[in-house]
Ligand binder design. Structure first.
Ligand SMILES: [Zn+2]
Ligand SMILES: [Zn+2]
Length: 269
């Protein structure tokens, strides 16, 4: 069963297409469960420090959820639409995010580390940030934040776990150790990890997480979700055939979906 649990839409300011266009694209591609998971409004920066087009403004969030719920009802019987959010893990803002999430009937919440302090490590417009920092220190801090996100209990699945490699900055000496430490902690936290196909379209040219990480995760029975991270309707489900094949090769037999933040198994067929 083909499912896609990570998509965005026009409200975030850097994606195109409205929610219904993503749903229609998903139906055309044979997707049976589609997760709407636009970016959480930025809560940790004053408005003047927010990079333009990072996420929807806070005042748009109620309209997003309302529209998503209406579409879920409209398309019931054709496709199972899940109403979600890609939330940010920012150290010190966990309670703020918890309060925000509690206000809405989300089916699931992705927890992603995009920001190290004010720097968005996933934004190609902020690549200059690497010039003044040590790549080893950046990766060490990134995975420390991922572990805190896992332990926070705020999220159902962890988004693009090794996205720090997106633009090719990976310090090999430290990396294996960081991955092992992170996998063990994620296992103990009991949270899912997302397999995100968007990495196939970036300079790193592979899904997040890497095959090596997926093998480690399989040996510890860490549950998975899958998503395209589409920012255009045409990218819905893009790369998920490759991801499904890889997961079977690595030894996974099922992935997971969510309704009302309750997890269930989906066979990898
Ligand atoms: Zn985005
Ligand atoms: Zn993300």
């Amino acid at each position: 069963m083909l499912v896609d649990y990570h998509t965005h839409h026009v409200r975030c300011g850097h994606a195109v297409g409205d929610l219904e266009e993503y749903i229609q694209a998903a139906i055309e591609k044979g997707v049976q469960e589609l997760g709407l998971s636009d970016h959480q409004p930025i809560l940790h920066l004053p408005p003047e420090q927010i990079f333009p087009g990072s996420a929807m403004p806070l005042e748009e969030l109620p309209a997003y959820v309302k529209e998503a719920l209406a579409l879920q009802a409209k398309y019931a019987g054709q496709i199972d639409v899940k109403v979600g959010l890609e939330a940010d893990w920012i150290e010190g803002y966990g309670e703020t995010v918890r309060d925000l999430l509690a206000q809405y009937p989300f089916d699931y919440v992705i927890g992603s580390v995009h920001f190290l302090s004010g720097w968005d490590i996933t934004n190609s417009a902020e690549l200059a940030g690497w010039d003044t920092r040590d790549a080893g220190e950046v990766c060490t801090e990134y995975f420390r934040q991922v572990r805190l996100a896992a332990q926070s209990g705020l999220f159902d699945t962890l988004g693009h776990l090794d996205v720090i490699k997106r633009f090719g900055h990976v310090p090999t000496a430290l990396y294996e150790h960081l991955l092992e430490e992170t996998v063990l902690l994620v296992r103990d936290a009991g949270v899912c990890v997302e397999v995100n196909a968007s990495g196939l379209r970036y300079p790193c040219a592979e899904q997040f997480p890497s095959r090596r990480l997926l093998e480690m995760m399989n040996s510890h029975d860490i549950p998975l979700t899958v998503g395209s991270d589409a920012h255009q309707p045409k990218f819905v489900a893009e790369g998920l055939d490759t991801v499904y094949d890889l997961l079977r090769e690595v030894g996974y037999t099922h992935i997971h979906g969510f309704t009302a933040r309750k997890r269930y198994e989906i066979a990898l067929t």
